[in-house]
Design a protein around this ligand. Structure first.
Ligand code: C5J
Length: 240
């Protein structure tokens, strides 16, 4: 049984009940991270998001070893775009829009190669994958129900991008009563200034909607845990 720990975090140390904590990995999808993908067609430097992969892979390995519930999200839409509001589809003047053919299949369309999670962080059996049409992982998904079913009250929030889907999800989670630790080197932005300010905003005003901590603190906390029994089931719904 995982033991509670107190971790060093901003704005203050946090008591983390590891048995009631989930690792949430937001939108680590090829369309956002790979050269030639949607993110790059919007004019972004995707290498900034690539920096997240190594520390996040280490945190994911520690979470798996500790038997923690792992939840992956993917932003994307049905092939007929019926779940993509025109206000999102027609936003801005990108060279390519959601649903257009891209280097990795139709952009941000479920089932396409580019919509899926990068190989380094691919879900394994027993981990939950939440497909979300919006920026927040709670909007139009069953994430809240899944977390309640597993008795989760605290979240380690990771993924991309810091100021968009990570922020939106963290704010949604905070409003629903979850305590969120945004893992500072496991979230990424195309914009260095947004990364810095995005993290500061979370912990400001006494932790207005969460805490921040580097992955080293969390890996250490998880590694000190008794190893999960190989025969015990991994909590979480099956990967679909
Ligand atoms: C964006 C996301 N940036 N996952 N999506 O459109 O942050």
């Amino acid at each position: 049984m995982a033991q509670p720990v107190t971790i060093a975090a901003l704005p203050a140390p946090l008591h983390l009940d590891i048995a009631r904590t989930a690792l949430v990995i937001i939108d680590m999808q090829r369309d956002f991270l790979l050269p030639g993908g949607f993110g790059e067609t919007l004019g972004n430097d995707v290498s900034r998001l690539q920096q997240v992969v190594a520390p996040l892979a280490e945190l994911l390995a520690a979470a798996r070893a500790a038997g923690m519930l792992v939840i992956h999200t993917r932003e994307g839409h049905l092939p007929d775009l019926s779940d993509c509001p025109p206000a999102k589809l027609n936003r801005g003047t990108p060279a390519k829009r959601i649903g257009d053919p891209g280097a990795y299949g139709r952009i941000l369309i479920r089932g396409e190669y580019g919509h899926d999670i990068i190989d380094e962080l691919a879900p394994v059996g027993g981990e939950v994958v939440i497909d979300k049409p919006g920026k927040g992982a709670f909007y139009a998904t069953d994430l809240d129900t899944v977390l309640a079913e597993h008795g989760v009250t605290q979240l380690l929030v990771t993924g991309v991008t810091t100021e968009v889907c990570v922020h939106t999800t963290t704010r949604e989670a905070n409003d629903r009563g979850y305590e969120c630790v945004v893992v500072s080197d496991c979230v990424g932005s195309y914009f260095p200034e947004f990364q810095r300010v995005g993290l500061e905003m979370i912990a400001a005003q006494g932790g207005i909607f969460g805490w921040t901590a580097p992955s080293g603190v969390l890996v250490a906390a998880l590694t000190d845990q008794p190893a999960a029994s190989p025969t015990s089931p991994v909590p979480g719904s099956a990967v679909s």
